[in-house]
Ligand binder design. Structure first.
Ligand SMILES: NC(=O)CC[C@H](N)C(=O)O
Length: 355
């Protein structure tokens, strides 16, 4: 007898094995990454989602907090073919339901064919298929999580100091920032002033930033209204940079738009071509929305698989953004140079302003 059930919005209920008990619901997504499960499970971009690992064995090198991207587990549940005890115990300790012994190929194929969908999970000794279905039926679309930023952002400003000798101040709007975005900036010497997702223009001005950086984050970028207002306020005055949700928020704020993708880009081998150099790099991605209309921004990079926008730029407004995750964790380090470009933009625009 099964002790776990996964209910999908298309009516199917899959039987599984409970590895961490509980009942929950969320948008069903996946990652094809074969390593980096600790980083993915602590990435705030996955808030309100259920994460399926397509790689069959998850947890084979343990669980270490040094590899976490935030302080807690962020998806509402995890699904894998086989979870080790280390991972199962970690998730159980965090009250995040987890299930395995299920055909994850079927789940990923379903999401690829039918799109990201509502999902309910019931796991544990008393779990029933009906419980899972009830959870799935109560699952809201991502766009209905209007204040999702509050779940993942700092509530008070915090400063992360970079190395001495580099004089760059970054105001980072924390819409659910991964730790390695912050450390990629401090490693290069920048002081990073992490501000709440709903910071006001006054809060940002108080930092006297050399660059305003909008982080990654969960959910629909159109719900990050305060962040869009801040970007609008500083556009043309302070250089702008963003990653993933950050690219989407900046584009919308400047007059462009975003749209929901069928199932998104979900893995660590997404090929991205730079249109200026014709070079292709491998990138880490986990997003379900994409930039549709780029507004005043110029497309500098595209996804080789489907031609969607991966990088945007504006010389006039001093903007540089990426849809993928240059900070990696998990994934390839091919595009870490993005952070050098951000610091160059911060310092060169300052020189121009001082002339
Ligand atoms: N990784 C992210 O920042 C994700 C951005 C946004 N929530 C999306 O799904 O498109």
């Amino acid at each position: 007898m099964s002790d776990a059930y996964i209910a999908l919005a298309d009516g199917r209920v899959l039987e599984a094995r409970a590895r961490a008990p509980g009942r929950t619901r969320g948008e069903l997504v996946f990652t094809t990454a074969y390593t980096g499960y600790e980083e993915s499970l602590t990435d705030p971009s996955y808030a309100e989602q259920i994460l399926t690992f397509s790689y069959p064995l998850i947890g084979n090198y343990g669980v270490r907090s040094e590899r976490f991207e935030s302080e807690s587990v962020q998806p509402r549940a995890a699904i894998a073919r086989e979870l080790t005890d280390d991972v199962a115990d970690w998730l159980a300790g965090e009250d995040v339901p987890a299930v395995d012994h299920v055909d994850t190929r079927e789940i990923v194929t379903t999401v690829r064919e039918e799109g990201a969908m509502a999902c309910g999970i019931a796991a544990g000794p008393d779990a029933t298929a009906e419980d899972a279905v009830a959870e799935m039926e109560a699952c809201k679309p991502m766009s209905d999580h209007v204040d999702i930023g509050a779940q993942v952002s700092v509530t008070e400003p915090t400063v992360h100091e970079g190395a001495d000798g580099v004089d760059v101040d970054v105001a980072l709007l924390d819409c659910g920032a991964k730790g390695s975005i912050i450390s990629s900036l401090t490693d290069r010497g920048a002081d990073v002033h992490v501000l709440p997702y709903d910071a006001t223009p006054e809060d940002v001005a108080a930092v006297e930033p050399d660059v305003l950086f909008v982080s990654n984050g969960p959910g629909d970028p159109e719900n990050f209204v305060a962040a869009q207002e801040v970007v609008d306020e500083f556009a043309g005055e302070v250089p702008l940079a963003g990653i993933c949700l950050g690219q989407q928020v900046i584009t919308s704020a400047l007059g462009g738009s975003t749209e929901k993708m069928a199932f998104g880009h979900r893995g660590v081998n997404q090929p991205v071509k730079d249109l200026r150099t014709d070079k292709v790099v491998m990138t880490t991605q986990n997003h379900g929305y994409t930039v549709d209309d780029t507004g005043p921004l110029e497309v500098t990079q595209v996804n080789v698989n489907d031609d969607t926008v991966e990088g945007l730029d504006s010389d006039e407004l001093d903007v540089i953004t990426r849809q993928y995750h240059p900070e990696a964790n998990p994934g390839p380090h091919d595009s870490l140079g993005f952070f050098d470009e951000v610091l160059d933009l911060a310092t060169s625009s300052r020189r121009v302003a001082a002339d």
